[in-house]
Design a protein around this ligand. Sequence first.
Ligand code: ADP
Length: 449
Amino acid sequence: MVRISKILVANRGEIALRIIRACQEMGISTVAVHSTADADAMHVRMADESVCIGPPTAALSYLSTASIISACEISGAEAVHPGYGFLSENAEFAEILEDHGLRFIGPSAEHIRLMGDKIAARNAMSRLGVPCVPGSNGCLNNLDSARRAAREVGYPVIIKASAGGGGRGMKLARNDDELDTAFSSARSEAMAAFGNDELYLEKYLAKPRHIEIQVFGDGRGRAVHLGERDCSIQRRHQKLMEEAPAPGMDPETRARIGAICTAAIADIDYAGAGTIEFLYDQGEFSFIEMNTRLQVEHPVTECVYHVDLVKEQIRVAGGEGMTLEQDRLELIGHAVEARINAESLPDFTPCPGRVTTFHAPGGLGVRFDSALYQGCTIPPYYDSLVGKLIVHGTDRKAALARLSRALREMVVDGIQTTAPLFDQLLREDDIRTGNYDIHWLNRWLAETS
Ligand code: ADP
């Protein structure tokens, strides 16, 4: 296979920059695409070339397969990196690219499709020996089957959309009555959000942590894992702060779950980066879903394993093969990521606008992945994430002290951000000691508001 020499980045914001940076270091030319709202965006400035692909509405620009393919043809790009969100988990997009002789930097369309259907993913993972959250076998066709499944699994249960994502459409039910309402509202929400109303249910775990395993496959039966990330600090099922390794995780448990995950993805010849998400409760891992793309929080893993996951994705997609080897992956220190969203507190209302003053934090062990610059405008049309402050330290305590220092150094004026929230969180004993579960932040927000 010929090495990739030009990549089109089908994304915006910090992740587009992240990919462009990797390409530049590999000597690969880059093409940015942008909507009219992003004409002055940093990713457009940093790429070698750029193509405007449509109006602000994402459906007509960043989600437009036809426009992206045209941009590849105009620019001569040979491959597309989708980043996360947008078209990153769209199997049809990956297929159409291949049909046009373009390479999709990610796993096969078949694997994207399999893991995008959460019912099929649960079945596949369970067959591959990965422990799953107890739940319904397959799709819930009607309220009766939902009731039967809920009684079998035992209340409380959580109803989920098979095509779900982004924490949307999940409904909790503690008894038959609640199940009736949860079932019909989950069904209509799923239809509206994903155009697919297939539902399934799982046992609702009371106090689990969200722990995910970073995996990587070469597409030819070899796979590695890069340990875990703890992403339990969430609001409305959306992650706000992530860390690697998970507080208190011992090397034996990591090796055990890592081996289960690598065996599973090696078995299916998975290619590229993937994340197997689990709920972790009383020493037990239970699979919830697999994301077939780079995660927002991938930098914490990069920091502790000293790897570049984007370069590795490009090498695998380009046929150069995977350079990662399990025996040579060594976990060093501790890394934490704080998501800086353009949102005003305490309600987390999106807060687009013009950034009047900006100063990026820096110094030893600080990485700030962001597309912000002084004078830039945050448009109202897209995700509110505007930066990721990632710190690495010799241990958890050192990493948290560094995060606190870096937050003090960061200046983003003109818009409101979630940065002040982390100052407060870092003062909490539970955060300092790593004593939290997926509901901790919601409880804390309710108590402190
Ligand atoms: P999505 O794909 O929409 O993000 P996930 O299945 O990954 O949905 O779940 C997102 C979050 O919802 C999890 O991180 C966790 O906080 C919560 N959650 C999911 N399943 C359960 C469950 N069975 N019990 C308790 N909480 C859950």
